[in-house]
Design a protein around this ligand. Structure first.
Ligand SMILES: *[C@@H]1O[C@H](CO)[C@@H](O)[C@H](O)[C@H]1NC(C)=O
Ligand SMILES: *[C@@H]1O[C@H](CO)[C@@H](O)[C@H](O)[C@H]1NC(C)=O
Ligand SMILES: *[C@@H]1O[C@H](CO)[C@@H](O)[C@H](O)[C@H]1NC(C)=O
Ligand SMILES: *[C@@H]1O[C@H](CO)[C@@H](O)[C@H](O)[C@H]1NC(C)=O
Ligand SMILES: *[C@@H]1O[C@H](CO)[C@@H](O)[C@H](O)[C@H]1NC(C)=O
Ligand SMILES: *[C@@H]1O[C@H](CO)[C@@H](O)[C@H](O)[C@H]1NC(C)=O
Ligand SMILES: *[C@@H]1O[C@H](CO)[C@@H](O)[C@H](O)[C@H]1NC(C)=O
Length: 922
């Protein structure tokens, strides 16, 4: 699954400060103007649930249907599935679908029980039973003794009068009816309005455990089978599925004129990758007709699909080379849906997207939108090989699937857009983001034991920042030290269809004995330390003594580690480094020592997943280098020095003043990534004092006087008034002539936010009208984020209420809207109160297994930093134990740990920080 994309964080910062001063406005504006490529990149992860609750020894229920895993006695071979979604409600007002399924199963272990997943389906009764069983070929099927549904484990259980024979095959036939709800899970309903007409789309999201809500199936990734799909639909609609359409026939069924579309049998595949869609969408295609982009007619007519189509060809080409294997399917459809919970989903041959992740308008979209589309498309297409063809055995290894796609998405995107330097972005979007989570004592290892991941909520919780971003960072490190040719050779030789992660490293071992390759241990031993224990090291280089040491990096040095590691939290660390501008031989920690008098920079190109600390002299040499000749270091190393320093300071390893000093060279910095790194870290300093007085000081520091070159910056440097006036006048012009928006797309996010923050109900209501009328999803998304910037509490409260009304805010956007409001300094307490008051409703309505829940918890608790708030947080946990926290369970534990650390940090650093800002602003 792709990541969930929220609006970029510097906008969040911008909005807080803008209202008070101009100088930070300049930053927000000029960065937005210069390099707005990051827009919408702040993913769920800041985000996602990471951490762990100690897992007790699993209790194994006696009855097989009370366990969450399927028994191993039967394997599916192929299915005939027919689905008929009704796009108009039935007599009782309910939207529904009907269907039938015949699955051929082979018996591999004698059994008199047939257990198959089925959830929220009403099954037709045949002679008092939920299914019909027949033998295939010579086999005769035993009679059914009894059949029943188990709601908790989502099983249909069929008890037979006698046993099935090993080696024989049987056909299990079911007919069923399910609700076509607007719940974004399984086969579901999406709605939109076109030319005043309300339209309904039937679409699907199976990952991770929703195929069973569509038809009875063996819903585990290793239970691969062939699917022969038939869809019955209205004659004025088109049906899509994973395979190529092989026939359509019009007919009358139950007195209704319908079209019956059949699809070629799929490749052998997992149920979580299935997709079924009925809509009146249209498409554009590439000249070879193999790649299609589908969307609402209006979007295709206004050419919003062109950009995605343009990059799809090159990206597929790139992966064919990368994997040394041709694209595995006969077609490639990609479709943009009005309602979709994740960012995108890699259904094999029919990839589904949020509209914001696929549709681009040359006039209205920003360069940041373009970057989002390229990286998301690249991520999903990587899965067509890795994930879909080669599939993980079970969800505990999810990190390999998502980490791999999250790493190579940058390579594919770079191939399609070689001028963007997009590969550098992994530093902000993955490495720094996951460092923040993985430095907590409540983090968890990349790899989990199979028995730790059982229930749907536990599976859902795997889709977190650790799996995606640490997975990406660690695989990138592996590729860097093995070198890319060796790494890709290892990957492309994976001729297996079901993978356990350990096999990957065995595989790489086979190719690592390349001439010239020096690795002190086996790939397996090296990688085990990065995957089986949580966290990462800080490497300390003392250039005076030449000593190099490592230590588990914990944000709060006083936190209690209740999870021991078999490796004692030590790592084999590949250290690329340079001395006075000269690249040195890769160094393996635990192997040798270095010494040096000149400046030393370790972790060049941020190739490794670790932080670096130096002796004070070397820190000062690096700081002076930054001030005199910052270009001697790569862009991402400049960003890394800032991020390392700020985090080392938070962990009390270096002095806060030293960290703040790393930002002084920024007045000369012209690149986006180091700035963004500094702004994200300074954003944390808002905790010092969540009142306006601090921003005034904050904004006066010289380091923030960045701008010079661009027109907006110059206009804004005239002062609070001038800058505010400029923004207001643009917005006013737009309000006077709603059909002509004078604001440059790359500046819209910042301008909307500021104008609404400066303005009142009139500005807000205008934004709301424009939001409801927007024809481009990313424009709607910018407005939705901008409306969270108002400083009027009553508007924010009203907006919070809107998130519970799907006719106002789509369900897919509800949690991210609350998250935006929580970023606003005025909105934070309101959002916090709102979520606490409505928890059980939100939880029920939006599904405890939805992974956007962990992002919600993270977002609303991010700035909690007082003892009182910590008490509230604990009480919230206690009060809702009966409702539960589902996939947000780990996120809640982390919130408690982070709040505790915040309280301590503020107490210890407030005086120093205020002094530094005061001194600098003199
Ligand atoms: C699905 O189609 C394939 C290929 O035609 C066939 O071998 C298989 O038996 C079919 N599956 C079922 C359940 O009939
Ligand atoms: C699956 O569908 C095909 C084509 O309609 C049919 O020939 C076959 O018998 C069906 N298989 C089963 C097991 O019902
Ligand atoms: C399934 O059956 C239950 C109980 O009769 C009923 O309330 C529900 O509406 C049915 N669902 C569908 C989709 O028809
Ligand atoms: C897509 O590619 C064509 C041909 O290179 C180009 O003319 C067009 O501008 C591109 N469209 C977008 C939206 O980038
Ligand atoms: C690519 O695959 C072909 C055929 O399987 C093989 O002969 C060739 O050596 C592979 N190339 C690389 C670079 O691994
Ligand atoms: C971890 O520490 C223990 C006790 O100091 C030691 O016996 C063990 O060998 C260490 N393990 C590793 C992998 O370093
Ligand atoms: C940091 O260093 C400065 C000067 O070297 C000192 O005045 C200050 O107290 C130190 N701050 C902390 C938090 O240790």
């Amino acid at each position: 699954m792709g990541k969930v994309y929220y609006v970029s964080k510097h906008v969040g910062l911008g909005l807080l400060v803008l209202a008070v001063t101009a100088l930070v406005t300049i930053i927000a504006l000029s960065i937005a103007y210069d390099k707005e490529r990051a827009k919408n990149q702040d993913t769920l992860g800041d985000g996602a649930a990471d951490g762990t609750t100690p897992v007790p020894t699993p209790f194994t229920p006696k009855e097989p249907w009370d366990r969450y895993r399927l028994p191993v006695s039967l394997v599916p071979v192929s299915y005939n599935v027919t689905l008929w979604p009704r796009l108009k409600p039935g007599a009782d007002g309910m939207y529904f679908f009907t269907g039938k399924s015949a699955v051929v199963v082979r018996c591999v272990k004698e059994t008199d029980l047939l257990i198959i997943h089925s959830n929220k389906l009403n099954l037709t009764s045949f002679n008092g039973h939920h299914a019909v069983l027949t033998g295939l070929g010579q086999a005769t099927a035993p009679a059914i003794q009894n059949s029943w549904l188990v709601v908790k484990t989502e099983f249909l259980v069929i008890q037979l009068r006698s046993r099935l024979s090993v080696g024989a095959s049987y056909v299990l036939y079911t007919e069923f009816k399910g609700e076509l709800a607007d719940d974004l899970e399984g086969f579901y309903r999406s709605e939109y309005t076109e030319d005043g007409v309300r339209k309904v789309v039937a679409t699907s999201q199976m990952q991770a455990t929703y195929a069973r809500k569509t038809f009875p199936c063996f819903d585990e990734p290793a239970m691969k089978a062939v699917f022969n799909v038939t869809i019955i639909h209205d004659q004025d609609t088109v049906a899509l599925s994973n395979g190529m359409e092989i026939g359509t026939a019009d007919s009358v069924i139950d007195g209704v004129s319908v079209r019956v579309t059949t699809f070629e049998p799929t490749e052998r595949m997992s149920t979580y990758l299935l997709a079924f869609i009925v809509s009146d969408f249209v498409n554009i295609k590439s000249t070879q007709n193999k790649n299609l982009i589908w969307a609402r007619r209006k979007a295709i007519d206004s050419r919003q699909g062109d950009y995605a189509l343009n990059v799809t060809g090159p990206i597929l080409q790139f992966y064919e080379q990368y994997f040394n294997a041709t694209y595995p399917l006969s077609k490639s459809d990609q479709i943009a849906l009005p309602d979709f919970n994740a960012g995108a989903m890699e259904n094999w041959g029919l990839v589904t997207y949020r509209e914001t992740a696929l549709l681009f308008d040359p006039i209205m979209s920003s360069t940041g939108n373009k970057e989002t589309i390229t990286t998301v498309v690249s991520h999903e297409l990587a899965h067509m090989w890795f994930g879909n063809l080669v599939t993980l055995q079970w969800w505990n290894d999810l990190w390999l699937n998502e980490g791999f796609a999250s790493y190579v998405e940058y390579l594919g995107a770079d191939y399609a857009e070689p001028t963007w330097s997009i590969k550098d972005k992994i530093i902000l979007s993955d490495v720094h983001k996951v460092f923040a989570v993985d430095a907590l004592a409540s983090s968890h290892p990349l790899s989990r034991r199979e028995e730790e991941v059982n229930t749907p909520a536990q599976i859902s919780e795997m889709f977190n920042t650790i799996s995606y971003s640490k997975g990406a960072a660690v695989l990138r490190m592996l590729s860097e030290f093995l070198t890319e040719p060796v790494f890709t050779k290892g990957i492309s030789s994976l001729a297996v269809f079901l993978l356990k992660f350990s096999q990957l490293f065995v595989c790489c071992q086979a190719v690592e004995n390349t001439p010239g390759m020096h690795i002190p241990h086996t790939v397996h031993d090296i990688m085990n330390r990065w995957t089986l224990q949580m966290g990462f090291p800080v490497v300390t280089i003392d250039t005076r003594t030449g000593s190099i040491t490592q230590k588990h990096f914990l944000l709060d040095p006083d936190s209690v580690l209740d999870r021991p590691s078999q490796f004692n939290y030590t790592w084999f660390v590949p250290i690329k480094w340079m001395k006075t501008g000269v690249e040195q031989q890769q160094h393996w920690l635990l192997q040798e020592t270095v010494s040096g008098e000149d400046w030393v920079l370790a972790n060049t190109n941020v190739a490794g997943y670790f932080r670096v600390n130096y002796d004070l002299d070397n820190w000062h040499r690096l700081l002076s280098l930054l001030n005199t000749n910052h270009q001697a270091l790569s862009i991402i190393n400049r960003a890394q020095i800032i991020d390392d320093a700020f985090n080392l300071a938070r962990a009390k390893i270096i002095n806060t003043t030293l960290a703040l000093t790393t930002t002084k060279y920024l007045s000369k910095e012209r690149d986006y990534i180091p700035w963004e790194s500094a702004l994200r870290n300074l954003d944390y300093y808002i905790l010092i004092d969540r009142s306006n007085s601090f921003y005034r000081i904050f904004s006066n520091i010289p380091i923030l006087r960045y701008n010079q070159n661009n027109a907006i910056g110059i206009a804004c440097s005239m002062g609070v008034q001038g800058c505010g006036e400029l923004i207001k006048s643009w917005y006013r012009q737009w309000m006077e002539n709603p059909h002509h928006n004078p604001i440059h797309p790359n500046l819209k996010s910042t301008v909307y936010c500021s104008a609404i923050a400066f303005g009142g109900v009139e500005e807000w209501d205008f934004a709301w009208r424009m939001f409801k009328n927007a024809t481009l999803a990313s424009e709607a998304s910018r407005l939705r984020s901008g409306m969270a910037c108002t400083k009027a509490p009553w508007l924010l409260n009203r907006y919070l209420e809107y998130t519970l009304d799907p006719t106002k805010i789509r369900k897919q956007d509800a949690t991210s809207t609350i998250h935006y409001i929580a970023r606003n300094i005025v909105g934070m307490p309101l959002a916090w109160n709102f979520v606490r008051a409505r928890w059980s409703y939100l939880f029920k309505q939006y599904g405890g297994r939805s992974f956007s829940f962990s992002g919600l918890i993270n977002g609303i608790t991010k700035r909690l930093s007082t003892e009182f708030e910590l008490q509230e947080l604990m009480k919230f946990k206690e009060d809702n134990l009966h409702v539960g926290f589902g996939s947000a369970t780990m996120a809640l534990e982390q919130a408690i740990e982070k709040t505790t650390a915040n309280i301590k940090w503020v107490a210890e650093n407030k005086a120093h920080v205020l002094k530094w800002f005061n001194d600098e602003s003199k």
